[in-house]
Design a binder for this molecule. Structure first.
Ligand code: 13P
Ligand code: SF4
Length: 359
């Protein structure tokens, strides 16, 4: 896909852009809402109507039937989910249409179907429930809904496991192996009850014995931002800053999640930071924009990035600028909305609605 802003928007200065955004918002009034994910640039969050994690924002999108336009400052799968949950009179826009999620791209329909064909020999729908992380394409959400499964995010993954295991013996979890594994451990599963389906290998690189024994079959996907955090970073941080609190996102590896003081969705991390007393030192294992925003918001606490070395930026979340937002608000009639095909929507909505019900 090609997308380039007209020169007028590329070259406008920050104050002008802010003014134009405010004016366009005022013109749209109650007809529009701007949703912003926690990883968005600080200045974008400041001009939005709501900030939240992927679960919270989809809940808002599903409940605000009064608005005509949803401007979603986040990444593609989030805007797609908003479109699935919205009604026909509503239109969703992604101000920077190039903002994707590399982890979501690690699971494509053909590969998932190939895996499912093998899993059907182990009982398919009768024994195995697909549970897909919100970070995946709409077509995969539809696959999940069609097979009786549900979507989860970091904020309801425990509830999704409970829902799945109440109804079936095994879960097929994609695309994030780490969230799936971390949730499995919390659910009380043994490491050898979880296997990783490597989509680049025949039969996922697994034997019949592996698949028979497995309670959870995890897709071999990951978030390149969160796998940067290592157990060594935790040891070093605790040595350097005695008494420090460490909070991470569950897309981090199991070693990191287990050694941290707490882990949870982006909204959980915000709340965790808010709840620490003034003077606390808090090392955070997640995306850098959100960490900076927290450091600015809570100057009475020392908030810093856990690795201290890498720059855990999500380039896709960072793509959306004030320039994009100004352009989108002023020219939405000329922009291509995010629209999930009707034949995909019904089953995808089933999977997302189950997610909203089981929290
Ligand atoms: P949350 O659901 O915690 O907002 O996370 C979304 C995400 O993409 C994290 O990398
Ligand atoms: Fe995707 Fe990772 Fe960016 Fe989240 S931080 S949107 S999982 S690439």
């Amino acid at each position: 896909m090609y997308f380039a802003l007209p020169k007028e928007y590329r070259e406008a200065d920050v104050e002008e852009l802010k003014g134009r955004i405010r004016e366009a918002k005022a013109k749209l009034g109650k007809r529009a809402i701007i949703l912003t994910h926690h990883y968005q640039r600080h200045e974008v969050v400041n001009l939005g109507d709501a900030v939240g994690d992927s679960y919270g924002l989809s809940k808002i999108a599903a409940s605000r039937k009064d608005v005509e336009y949803i401007f979603f400052c986040g990444v593609h799968f989030m805007a797609e989910s908003a479109d699935i949950l919205s009604e026909d009179h509503q239109t969703v826009f992604l101000p920077n249409p190039l903002a994707g999620c590399p982890m979501a791209d690690m699971a494509d329909m053909a590969d998932v179907m190939e895996a499912w064909n093998v899993l059907e020999k182990f009982g398919g729908d009768k024994r195995i429930m697909p549970v897909s992380y919100m970070n995946c394409a709409a077509s995969l959400k539809a696959f999940t809904g069609e097979h009786g499964g549900l979507i989860c995010t970091s904020s309801n993954a425990d509830a999704a496991y409970r829902y799945g295991f109440k109804r079936r013996e095994k879960l097929f979890f994609f695309p994030d192996q780490h969230l799936g594994y971390n949730t499995g451990l919390r659910f009380g599963l043994e490491p050898n009850e979880m296997v990783i389906w490597d989509f680049s290998r025949t039969d996922g690189g697994l034997t019949e014995e592996h698949l028979d024994r497995a309670r959870v079959i995890l897709w071999k996907g990951h978030c390149h931002v969160h796998v940067n955090f290592k157990a060594d970073h935790i040891e070093e941080t605790r040595r350097k800053y005695p008494g420090v609190k460490i909070v991470v996102h569950p897309e981090c590896s199991p070693e990191v999640v287990q050694q941290a003081d707490a882990n949870g969705s982006t909204s959980f991390i915000v709340k965790y930071i808010e709840d620490q007393p003034p003077g606390s030192a808090i090392a955070v294992g997640t995306e850098i924009n959100m960490i900076h925003r927290m450091a600015v918001t809570y100057p009475d606490k020392t908030i810093f990035e856990l690795s201290g070395k890498t720059c855990p930026a999500c380039a896709n979340m960072y793509r959306t600028t004030l320039n994009d937002l100004a352009y989108c608000l002023e020219n939405y009639m000329d922009m291509k909305p995010i629209r999930v095909r009707e034949n995909v929507k019904a089953n995808a909505r089933l999977a997302l609605q189950r997610m909203l019900e089981v929290h």
